[in-house]
Design a protein around this ligand. Sequence first.
Ligand code: 6MZ
Length: 357
Amino acid sequence: MNREKLEWCVSVPKVELHAHLNGSVRNSTLFELARVLGDKGVIVFSEVENVIMKDDRTLHEVFKLFDLIHILTTDHSTVTRITKEVIEDFAAENVVYLELRTTPKRNDSIGMSKRSYMDAVMEGLRAVSSVDVDYCPAGLKTNTFNGSTRKKMYVRFLLSIDRRESTEAAMETVKLALEMRDLGVVGIDLSGNPIVGNWSTFLPALKFAKEQGLYITLHCGEVPNQDEIKAMIDFLPHRIGHACCFDEENWRKLKSAKIPVEICLTSNIRTETISSIDIHHFVDLYKAKHPLVLCTDDSGVFSTSLSREYNLASSSFGLGKTEMFRLAEIAINFIFADEGVKADLRATFEEAVKKLN
Ligand code: 6MZ
């Protein structure tokens, strides 16, 4: 790995649009949580340690890991803790705008509702101390301290619908997103194991969300289900994630609809959704000037960071510094925030370009 290039990638301001909260938890935190639950006899620590440390996982195994992570993290105080840590980790990477997505969870046995889960997330955001966080669409709410000169970061939330959920549960998540608009929730994501659930189950909730003015991004084409991919593109979401297993016709449809694609290189390779980086569809989309943005997906689970993703794109596809900077900057066009935020971010990049190179 080229250290100098990686450091340069860290120093470039970046926009992260596809990051799952529970997939971005530090390994050290997972181990700490696993040890506590191991001592209580809830889990067997050594077994959990092996699962967390495993490097390559199929897509199917990744979802088994998420079930385990959720056992470790799903209580209010831990949700608050991981939210704070994940935001601070992205800030340390020079991410200036973060759209963090998470699946609101209900767990009656510990008195957790989808709303109380999200309140715990918001508490984590307000606890961030390494940067000033602007998280309110109207710009009214920040965790800024008077006279502070700290770095500033924008954070917005997407609420995820898990493909295991029913139409009613999906609708509940959309209603929660609408309720929390003033707190920085800007849209809805559809995610979870792509071989589970049917598009028709989620469509009513997604349609309602779109009608209400929420932004929509869909995990699309992680498996080669061409009928679903076609239906998803016809829905005209504001962005899609992955776009790995498209047939030619759907690929043409995607390109003509100009739907921005969130590209997660390491995730696609690790889960073997794409067999090798040299044949990744990034190249085709990039050459076609199709809107795209590099993202991490699950920086904890895949041991990556946004800087590493830029570095990987640079080394795999021969992109120079100018192209990399432009790739980072152009992502501003695809964020789910208003023109004021976009203008502010463009100014940040203009400042940065003077200092870099
Ligand atoms: C589809 C994924 C995913 O929501 O509990 N998730 N869904 N494809 C992927 N590619 C590898 N990576 C993560 O974060 C974890 C949840 O995000 C979704 C899964 O539903 C997973 O349970 P939250 O914070």
